[in-house]
Design a binder for this molecule. Structure first.
Ligand code: TYD
Length: 204
């Protein structure tokens, strides 16, 4: 019943962390066991890798970046995902789709290579459901300004538009496994939508 992997995706500033936290509260109130982590980050080794990737003035190449995201993911697979797979709901703030959206659609790294690396690390793991949070250009500009600066926050709006369009392509390929959330709408409206979908997913 509870063997689900639920992922939250979307460009920076769309409110993924807010919704994943609300879902965590909801599951807690229902006494449903879950774990929750973010990428990059998660396991203790992955959090160390996160610091290297997101350092303000990091001079890493985009290829080194890609390999670090995957190294962090491998640590999460071994230390967090595999041991909990049959036991708990797994909530993840960014996962495989972030790498395809940012490193392929944003940074133009070969898609086949990214897919191969993800398959190598995750061994055919299936994601039960993805919430994709989308935002229009005007709001994206506003929210990016508000956010703390990390290296991806210094990219321009064109970059984020390509990333977001990439996410939409992934959704269109497999739309039954996605819920599109319009982050231009008020949080409380979206929260109801997310929690009602979560209720259905956990009953399956
Ligand atoms: P973070 O501050 O956690 O972003 P947010 O709070 O908006 O989720 O920074 C994570 C950054 O890492 C974000 O800009 C997207 C990027 N990223 C990739 O480029 N590829 C990946 O595979 C992952 C997991 C994240």
């Amino acid at each position: 019943m509870y063997k689900k992997i639920i992922v939250f995706e979307g460009v920076d500033g769309t409110g993924k962390s807010y919704h994943i936290n609300q879902v965590a509260k909801f599951l807690k109130s229902k006494k449903i066991k879950f774990i929750k982590f973010r990428e990059p980050g998660g396991s203790s080794n992955s959090e160390i890798i996160r610091k290297i990737i997101l350092k303000n003035n990091s001079s890493l190449s985009k290829e080194s970046d890609l390999l670090l995201y995957l190294a962090a993911r491998k640590e999460n697979y071994d230390k967090l995902i595999k041991p909990n797979l049959k036991k708990k709901i797994i909530l993840i703030d960014r996962f495989v789709d972030s790498t395809i959206a940012y490193q392929h659609y944003g940074q133009k790294i070969n898609l086949k290579l990214i897919n191969n690396l993800n398959n190598f690390v995750l061994k055919g793991l299936t994601i039960s459901h993805t919430f994709l949070l989308k935002i229009d250009k005007k709001n994206l500009k506003k929210r990016l300004k508000r956010k703390n600066k990390n290296r991806y926050d210094s990219f321009d709006i064109k970059f984020y538009t390509s990333v977001q369009n990439g996410y939409i392509k992934l959704l269109k390929k497999n739309f039954t496994k996605y819920t599109l959330i319009n982050s231009n709408l008020p949080k409380n409206i979206n929260e109801k939508l997310v929690l009602s979908k979560i209720s259905k997913i956990i009953k399956k």
